[in-house]
Design a protein around this ligand. Structure first.
Ligand SMILES: C[S@@+](CC[C@H](N)C(=O)[O-])C[C@H]1O[C@@H](n2cnc3c(N)ncnc32)[C@H](O)[C@@H]1O
Length: 217
């Protein structure tokens, strides 16, 4: 997820605005707690959960997701991971939990210390789900012998990495499966540009700006 900003720099919606709200002089724990709370509020205000549920409902029209495998690139606090785990047979989560991967991104500009805390929260959030396997690595380093029914891309949102993630993971999708991801925004639209460049257009875009494309061969 990239926090999409409006052009007026509204603090509620603009990643940089939100970032500037953090007083770096505060105790780190308070900063981290605020960061997580901000993200949770943003998650609600951007309909992130409902968007993912709509995406899952869409896939279910083709086939029962409870019998499917999904791989998620970028898990952060594990909220999306848990939603997937509640609806899929198996979920593979790939996230290296390393800081400073994208200075222009609300989450990507956080340091290693904060990512250590995010990782602890992630582990706590997924702890009740035996159908989640976590791979603490960058998506570029992930290899799989078996193919997945669904790939969901929400890792590093630079155009180069989004392109690499799509190209690298396409061969890991079963025929009839789906590739999908987050951040198909109209404005700061590099995910949109990359997705459109590769696929023409996605089959569907959801209320949280998730996108999906069926892979038919
Ligand atoms: C926007 S957050 C994911 C949010 C999560 N999917 C959700 O909806 O709650 C992006 C995550 O991608 C991870 N990430 C960054 N670069 C990555 C890479 N190359 N491979 C996998 N994950 C990556 C970050 O560590 C971060 O946790």
């Amino acid at each position: 997820m990239v926090i999409q900003g409006n052009k007026k720099g509204n603090n509620q919606q603009n990643g940089r605005g939100i970032r500037s709200n953090f007083n770096l002089g505060l105790n780190k724990l308070v900063l981290n707690f605020n960061n997580i709370m901000q993200f949770i509020k943003l998650r609600q205000s951007y309909n992130l959960t409902n968007g993912l549920l709509d995406l899952i409902e869409y896939i279910n029209k083709y086939s029962d997701t409870k019998k499917m495998s999904l791989v998620e690139i970028g898990s952060y606090l594990g909220e999306s991971t848990v939603i997937f785990a509640q609806n899929f047979a198996g979920v593979s989560s790939i996230d290296p939990f390393l800081g400073n991967y994208d200075v222009d991104d609300f989450i990507g500009s956080r340091g290693d210390d904060e990512f250590n805390l995010f990782y602890e929260k992630f582990k706590e959030n997924i702890s009740n789900y035996t159908n989640i396997s976590h791979f603490k690595m960058r998506s570029d380093d992930f290899k799989s012998e078996s193919k997945f029914d669904v790939v969901y891309i929400d890792g590093e949102h630079t155009p180069d990495q989004v392109r690499k993630d799509i190209i690298n993971f396409l061969p890991m999708i079963k025929i009839g499966g789906f590739i999908s991801g987050h951040d198909y925004y109209e404005d700061n639209g590099f995910v949109k540009d990359v997705v459109n460049d590769i696929f023409g257009k996605p089959d569907m875009i959801f209320q949280d700006y998730s996108w999906i494309k069926k892979i038919d061969g």
